[in-house]
Design a protein around this ligand. Structure first.
Ligand SMILES: Cc1cc2nc3c(=O)[nH]c(=O)nc-3n(C[C@H](O)[C@H](O)[C@H](O)COP(=O)(O)OP(=O)(O)OC[C@H]3O[C@@H](n4cnc5c(N)ncnc54)[C@H](O)[C@@H]3O)c2cc1C
Length: 415
């Protein structure tokens, strides 16, 4: 298979996994409105996947979903490939909140931000409205980390972590040519790949010496970097952006190393961190995320968490595969069945289509070394302990074909 075909196959697989067709929900019985509802806060992939799984188990308990946004169902990973596919933000949404309410037999309340939670009384508040819950699920996602910038041009710095944010960004990009991206991690690299192929001029500033520095060994990072550089991306490694000032209709960014980059706008992509606002409202135990056990139970009775906001038995993973596994398990727990997550090996496909990447990162505290075979573009790297256990892998180019074989041999995240 040619590299371009592999890239297409990788992209299609991602889309296929995420935009599952609507499940066969057991013929909807009458909702028993006398029962206390299950309330899910969040209509991202975690909230909606959970609601779909829950309705497969239980078609009678009232289900209320609350969201701070417009509640459209969309596949967030598609956001960072939408320029190259010439997809407008509205085309990324698969269903409106009203469609989802019908499908799920749920009461979905959009632009409804939860402001208070009382775990003792099992009630929460959205402004002046009080909602009682039988079981509460927090699927409130993560927030973009803000780069510590000074200057008078900060209104021209964008960050994107949802469809409304992406709509704002796409609208602002009309007529723009030259974009400065802060960060060469997963999201920054995907945007660089997407926008360079759509006719933008792209500069990327990254403090680490490589792209995807926390995910890939050096040789694999070089393969990605070279492919993006050949397409025209200009990298500035080992430094950070300190100031962004207005300059005509665009900006002037001053880096810590003294250099200056002129651009039309800035996209900041330095990562996300769990949104712990609701956890602190309900006084839940937190670490980097909301702490849960393998049944997705938090430290408070009848409150559960999943998705980007949850640290599940020590694992904080900002990916779709873990939230789908969590949704399947939690739907059973909410239906009074015993169930626990068992995270297996969950490789991530990085959508740098100019150099496709599949990576299964080793656990944070892993002790081992990368063993790498490469010919420049095609890199096969395995992360192995001194006892010979395979804890992770990173593949680029044609080597991405080895994904399934290596997945089968890699130690699962949870034993
Ligand atoms: C550009 C991009 C590309 C990505 N690509 C991939 C990929 O290729 N593969 C992969 O596995 N992962 C990818 N990810 C990560 C993946 O998309 C996320 O892990 C996943 O979408 C998180 O879903 P979530 O439902 O937990 O959070 P979110 O989608 O952030 O949803 C949070 C929800 O909570 C609501 N909310 C928050 N606070 C409140 C409140 N107080 N009251 C009411 N509602 C509230 C919000 O309105 C929203 O509905 C990507 C992420 C981005 C940004």
């Amino acid at each position: 298979m040619a590299v371009s075909q592999i890239a297409v196959a990788v992209k299609e697989k991602v889309a296929e996994v995420i935009v599952e067709s609507a499940p066969e929900i057991a013929a909807i019985a009458e909702i028993d409105w006398d029962r206390k509802p299950v309330v899910i806060v969040g209509t991202g992939l975690a909230g909606y996947h959970l609601a779909r799984e829950f309705r497969k188990q239980d078609s009678e308990t009232p289900l209320i979903m609350l969201t701070a946004d417009d509640g459209r169902f969309y596949s967030k990973p598609m956001i960072s490939t939408a320029f190259a596919k010439a997809k407008q933000p509205d085309q990324l949404a698969n269903s409106t909140a009203a469609d989802m309410a019908e499908e799920l037999q749920a009461d979905i309340r959009i632009f409804s931000k939860v402001t208070e939670i009382d775990p003792e009384l099992q009630v929460l508040k959205v402004g002046e409205d009080t909602i009682e819950y039988g079981k509460l699920v927090l699927a409130s996602g993560a927030k973009c980390i803000e780069a510590p910038l000074t200057g008078d041009g900060l209104s021209r710095v964008y960050s994107v972590n949802d469809l409304l944010g992406y709509t704002r960004f796409r609208t602002a990009m009309v007529g723009k040519k030259k974009i400065l991206i802060i960060g060469a991690g997963l999201i920054g690299s995907e945007y660089a790949n997407d926008m360079i192929q759509s006719g933008f001029m792209i500069d990327v500033v990254e403090p680490m010496p490589n792209v995807l520095g926390t995910l890939l060994p050096e040789q694999a990072a070089h393969a990605v970097q070279e492919s993006l550089e050949q397409a025209g991306v200009q990298y500035h490694f080992g430094t950070v952006v300190e100031r962004v000032d207005k300059s005509g209709n665009g900006i002037k960014a001053t880096l810590a190393n003294g250099s200056v980059i002129e651009a039309d706008a800035v996209l900041s992509a330095i990562g996300v961190r769990p949104d712990l606002t609701l956890a602190s409202l309900s006084k839940l135990d937190t670490n980097r995320g909301i702490l849960t056990d393998r049944s997705l139970q938090t430290s408070a009775k009848n409150i559960y968490a999943l998705g980007d906001c949850a640290e599940v038995d020590g694992n904080l993973l900002f990916y779709v595969a873990p939230l789908m596994e969590s949704a399947r398990v939690l739907s059973k727990v909410l239906s009074d069945q015993q169930a626990q997550v068992h995270y297996g090996v969950m490789p991530v496909m990085v959508k740098t289509t100019l150099c496709p990447v599949v990576v299964s990162p080793p656990p944070r505290d892993a002790e081992g070394e990368w063993h790498v075979n490469d010919d420049g573009y095609n890199v096969l790297a395995r992360y192995i302990t001194s006892e010979g256990r395979l804890l992770g892998f990173a593949l680029t180019g044609d080597a991405t074909r080895e994904k399934d074989a290596l997945t089968a041999k890699t130690q699962p995240l949870m034993s």
